[in-house]
Design a protein around this ligand. Structure first.
Ligand code: KG4
Length: 341
């Protein structure tokens, strides 16, 4: 008899095919295949992403089961990202999860990708010791598709206090990196260059919108015009200044993110503050969080790098909590491309 809970989690919402296995909520494996095919296009090409997921899904799931040292017959349930994301990408993971759950006669659990990013703070592998944020806490969720300040009341109760009204922070970084002629995704490249640059070398426009919402499209346009004007005078401007450009862009984005987050802390009085999503890998943003903790202002929660970008471990921990609450997903529930948590 299988008295332990084994959950297989699958994430395929964008361009990473990922599978994880958890035993009683403890992470045993987390295997991700990234898709290099998009680099030459400067962004994710949805059709190519779906095809790559098709190729990757079986080997990635097999590798996750093997690393966890279990066979699929021992699984108690399968958790899968139902949305939001690219529909063609989601369909690969969702169809696979439904097929496998049906054939094994075990429940399917739906996970929301954004909920997963937030619950990444609760992932524990066997040898990982860290404090979980206590409820309620604030979470700055910053990725390629989202920039939100979320009040997290419980694993399944969220209030969006503020969010971007146009581009996401990661999207802005990626687009600015593209106009500089750097590779894709731009975030890690800008981060690397910024470490050698002066964050005060250049200044770019910051949004002036009320409340806790964000806006990044003005910054993107100001960056574009700034480069266009300087390149007209000096064709080598970008190459000669790329470190300072990256550092100044990064500093502007971090300032914008932190300003509203500080306002949210002030308004709610909640001082436990977490950082989630792909952009949370950013060195300057992590440093800004650490500075707030050092100054005695906040207690901060920053996930391991491997749990910041898209991964199935975060879907697994979401699935585990839902499993405990017996919150299962009907097999005819479709994937969805857009939603908020
Ligand atoms: O969460 P994620 O992997 O995918 C989405 O769900 O969007 O986030 C990807 C985003 C991309 O925009 C990428 O450029 C950005 O996260 N990113 C970074 C860094 N690493 C990834 N941005 C800034 N600094 C980084 N080190």
């Amino acid at each position: 008899m299988n008295d332990m809970t084994y959950i297989l989690a699958i994430e395929s919402s964008c361009d990473d095919t990922s599978a994880a296995v958890l035993r009683d909520g403890v992470l045993l494996s987390n295997v991700t295949a990234s898709q290099a095919v998009h680099e030459m296009y400067g962004g994710v090409v949805p059709e190519l992403a779906s095809r790559a997921h098709q190729q990757n899904i079986v080997p990635v799931v097999n590798a996750a089961l093997k690393k966890a040292n279990i066979t699929k017959e021992r699984l108690s349930a399968i958790a899968v990202t139902l949305g939001p994301g690219l529909m063609g990408s989601l369909l690969v993971g969702v169809s696979f999860a439904k097929g496998l759950a049906t054939s094994l006669g075990i429940p399917l659990i739906e996970a929301n990708h954004l909920q997963g990013h937030i619950l990444a703070h609760f992932i524990h592998a066997e040898d990982e010791e860290h404090a979980d944020p206590p409820y309620p806490f604030l979470c700055l969720l910053v990725s390629g598709g989202n920039s939100q300040i979320v009040k997290v009341n419980a694993y399944n109760s969220f209030e969006i206090l503020g969010q971007t009204i146009d581009d996401a922070a990661g999207e802005a970084i990626d687009k600015c990196s593209k106009v500089m002629g750097l590779g894709y995704p731009g975030g890690p490249i800008i981060d690397r260059l910024a470490r050698q640059g002066n964050p005060k070398a250049f200044s770019f426009s910051k949004p002036n919108i009320s409340g806790l919402d964000y806006s990044f499209s003005g910054l993107k346009t100001s960056f574009l015009y700034f480069l266009r004007d300087h390149v007209a005078e000096n064709a080598n401007f970008i190459e000669e200044n790329k470190n300072d450009l990256a550092a100044s862009l990064e500093a502007t984005i971090v300032d914008i993110l932190m300003k509203k987050l500080k306002m949210a802390v002030k308004e709610t009085g909640i001082k436990h503050v977490a950082l989630s999503g792909g952009v949370s890998a950013n060195t300057a943003l992590r440093q800004a969080f650490m500075n707030m903790e050092k100054a005695g202002q906040w207690k901060i929660y920053i996930p391991k790098f491997s749990y910041t970008t898209d991964n199935a471990a975060m879907i697994g921990i979401t699935g585990y909590y839902k499993f405990l609450d017996k919150e299962f997903c009907p097999m005819d529930k479709p994937a969805y491309s857009r939603t908020i948590i």
